[in-house]
Design a binder for this molecule. Structure first.
Ligand SMILES: *Cc1c(COP(=O)(O)O)cnc(C)c1O
Length: 252
């Protein structure tokens, strides 16, 4: 796994500002190297495990959207921070269908759509809330059983069915790459997501723009940008190393 000791804890607004600027500069640099426009890549700060009070510092440092992988943790923080009216939430981790109601209530974005049943339930719940939700379909590009997401071969069928859900705005695909020091193996995951998106684009339901590729984290975002990422999900390089073991990324 990535050497977490290289990420010092950010404890002040100033440190957070600095880390955000440093990560942003690395994103821009990776874009330039790839011949891409830096404006094509959005930085999504991932705030999981950090308490709501601390996230007020992130807000003060300029964050207006935060990513969380566990819906109940995110929901609680949303409630605690409801005075920050323009702070939006992106749920990026696996969601059980029986918790879809929480996402429908508060999230702006959901990166881990992985079944028709979940899409149906989210759509119903969003109707009740009179809200819409930007969604990305999570693809398992690494072939690891521990990872969530659908197999690439199932993507065409799922995407074809998502057009019927009026409350879901399907924006693209998301993946977690192989967690490995083998850069070429990691790169293959990112390439697979981009190529899959390109082939889905051709057959997607009318009006559906699969423009987003959510891929890349603290340890691999430059590689992801080289392969076409439009959203990078970054926690530790902004907030500092987390104590949690790797299993925390892929909750059972
Ligand atoms: C935690 C997490 C990230 C961010 O990982 P960092 O190593 O903190 O950058 C990205 N995506 C998902 C789904 C996560 O759970």
């Amino acid at each position: 796994m990535t050497d977490n000791s290289t990420y010092p804890q950010a404890e002040t607004i100033e440190q957070l500002r600095q880390n955000l600027a440093t990560v942003r500069a690395r994103i821009d640099q990776a874009c330039v190297q790839a011949g891409r426009d830096p404006q094509e890549v959005r930085l999504l700060p991932v705030s999981k495990t950090h308490p709501a009070d601390y996230l007020r510092l992130a807000y003060a440092a300029g964050c207006r959207m935060l990513g969380e992988n566990k819906v109940q943790e995110a929901y609680q923080k949303w409630q605690e921070l409801d005075d920050l009216a323009d702070l939006e939430w992106s749920v990026i981790g696996h969601l059980q269908t029986n918790k879809a109601k929480y996402v429908a209530r508060f999230a702006s974005e959901f990166h881990a759509l992985d079944s028709l049943r979940l899409a149906q339930t989210l759509n119903q719940r969003l109707e009740l809330e009179n809200r819409t939700l930007d969604v990305l379909v999570q693809i398992n590009t690494s072939g690891e059983e521990s990872k969530y997401g659908i197999d690439p071969e199932q993507a065409h069928e799922l995407i074809a069915q998502l057009g019927q859900f009026q409350r879901l705005r399907v924006r693209g695909l998301m993946t977690l790459a192989l967690n490995s020091p083998d850069q070429e193996a990691v790169r293959r995951c990112f390439i697979m997501l981009r190529e899959l998106r390109d082939s889905l684009q051709a057959s997607a339901p009318e009006g559906m723009q699969l423009s987003e590729l959510s891929m890349g984290m603290s340890g691999d975002f430059e590689l992801a940008i080289a392969e076409g990422a439009t959203i990078v999900r970054i926690g530790q390089a902004i907030f500092g190393a987390r104590e949690q073991p790797d299993s925390f990324y892929w909750p059972k």
